[in-house]
Design a protein around this ligand. Structure first.
Ligand code: ADP
Length: 301
C-alpha cells in the first residue's frame, strides 16, 4: 500500500474537523477525495503530508510509519497545498532550484529541466512567478511538488480558481504526465473527479461516507431512482415531500426538484395527480440515471 490512514482524528477546539477516518490507497491509484467545503479534505491531506499533527490515528506512506520516520515519509510525498505558497518575486528556475535544494537533490539542473518539461512550463520558464497566469503558477506548484520524483502526490484542489482552459491543462498534466505515481487529489467539483479518477473517497463533516470505484458509485443504490420535475410555477416543496412514493426531495430551485424514489412510475402518476389537484403545469419530467452527482448529493446533504 502507498498510503494507509487509520483512525485519523483532528479537532479544532470543539469542532471535529476530521473524525476517525481510515482508508488505504494502492500503488499507482489515482483517487479523488471529494466533499463539500469544510468537509475535512485539506485537514486530512495536511496530516498525511505531515504539515499538521493529528490528535489520534496513524499515517503510513510507502510502508513507513509517520511517527517512526517522518523525514523519510516526507521524501516520498509531493504535496501541493490548496493555497499554492509560491515566492512570487523569484524566477521560475530560481524557485525550483530553491525547492531542489530543500530536497537535497544531487543533480539539481537535470531535475529542474525535467520537471519544467513534465509540467509544460518551458515557454514561461524564464519569467518571474508573479508575471505568470494563475494556470502557470499552478504548474510551478505542481513542478515543485514533483521535482524530487516522489512516489505519492497529494494535490489539494489543484484546479481551484482556474478558468476552464487552465483546468483542462492542469488535469491533463495530472492524468498524462504523472505516471506510476499514487495520487490523492481533492476537489469539491464532481466532474473533475469523474474526469481523472477511477476511485473516489467521499468525505462529509469529517467522516468518510463512501469509498468505492467510480463506476460502482455511479451504479450504486440501484433500488433507488431519481425523477427530475420542473414546474412552470413555484411549488411548495412540502406538497412533493408528502407524495407516498417519494423518499426524499432536493430543491434545485423553487420550480425545479430532484426526487429520490424506489418506484419512478408511481411518482410520475402522483405528480400528475398533484398538478391537476393544484392547477399546476409541468414543463419537464424525466427519470435520471444514478449519476455521481446524485450519489454525492444524497451522501453529503
Ligand atoms: P475542506 O478542505 O474539505 O474544505 P477543511 O479541512 O479545510 O475542509 O476544514 C474542515 C473543518 O475544519 C472546517 O469546518 C474548517 O472551518 C475547520 N478548520 C480548518 N482549519 C482550521 C483551523 N486552522 N482552525 C480552526 N478550524 C479550522
Amino acid at each position: 500500500m502507498s498510503i494507509v490512514v487509520e483512525g485519523l482524528l483532528k479537532n479544532y477546539g470543539a469542532q471535529k474537523a476530521v473524525n476517525d477516518i481510515s482508508f488505504s490507497i494502492s500503488k499507482g491509484e489515482i483517487v479523488g477525495f471529494l466533499g463539500p467545503n469544510g468537509a475535512g479534505k485539506s485537514t486530512t491531506m495536511k496530516m498525511i503530508s505531515g504539515y499538521i499533527a493529528s490528535d489520534a490515528g496513524r499515517v503510513q506512506v510507502c510502508g513507513i510509519d509517520f511517527s517512526v520516520d517522518p523525514i523519510n515519509v516526507k521524501k516520498k510525498i509531493g504535496y501541493l497545498p490548496e493555497a499554492n505558497p509560491l515566492y512570487l518575486d523569484m524566477y521560475v528556475r530560481e524557485y525550483l532550484d530553491f525547492i531542489a535544494g530543500v530536497h537535497k537533490i544531487v543533480d539539481k539542473k537535470k531535475a529542474i529541466e525535467d520537471v519544467i518539461v513534465l509540467t509544460g512550463l518551458t515557454v514561461e520558464a524564464k519569467k518571474k512567478i508573479n508575471q505568470l497566469s494563475k494556470g502557470y503558477k499552478q504548474r510551478v506548484g505542481l513542478a515543485a511538488a514533483l521535482i524530487h520524483d516522489p512516489e505519492v502526490l497529494i494535490l489539494d484542489e489543484p484546479t481551484s480558481g482556474l478558468d476552464p482552459n487552465q483546468i483542462i491543462e492542469i488535469r491533463n498534466v495530472i492524468k498524462t504526465q504523472v505516471k506510476n505515481k499514487t495520487v490523492l487529489f481533492s476537489s469539491h467539483i464532481l466532474q473533475e473527479v469523474e474526469a481523472i479518477c477511477d476511485r473516489v473517497i467521499i468525505i462529509n463533516k469529517g467522516k468518510i461516507v463512501a469509498d468505492d470505484q467510480l463506476k460502482n458509485l455511479q451504479n450504486s443504490k440501484s433500488d433507488q431512482f431519481h425523477v427530475r420535475v420542473i414546474f412552470q410555477e413555484i411549488v411548495d416543496v412540502a406538497l412533493i415531500q408528502n407524495l407516498s412514493a417519494v423518499v426524499s426531495v432536493n430543491s434545485i430551485s423553487a420550480t425545479d426538484f430532484l426526487l429520490a424514489t424506489k418506484d419512478p412510475d408511481i411518482v410520475r402518476k402522483q405528480l400528475l395527480e398533484l398538478t391537476i389537484a393544484n392547477d399546476l403545469n409541468i414543463i419537464s419530467l424525466q427519470t435520471e440515471s444514478n449519476s455521481l452527482e446524485n450519489v454525492f448529493r444524497e451522501l453529503t446533504q
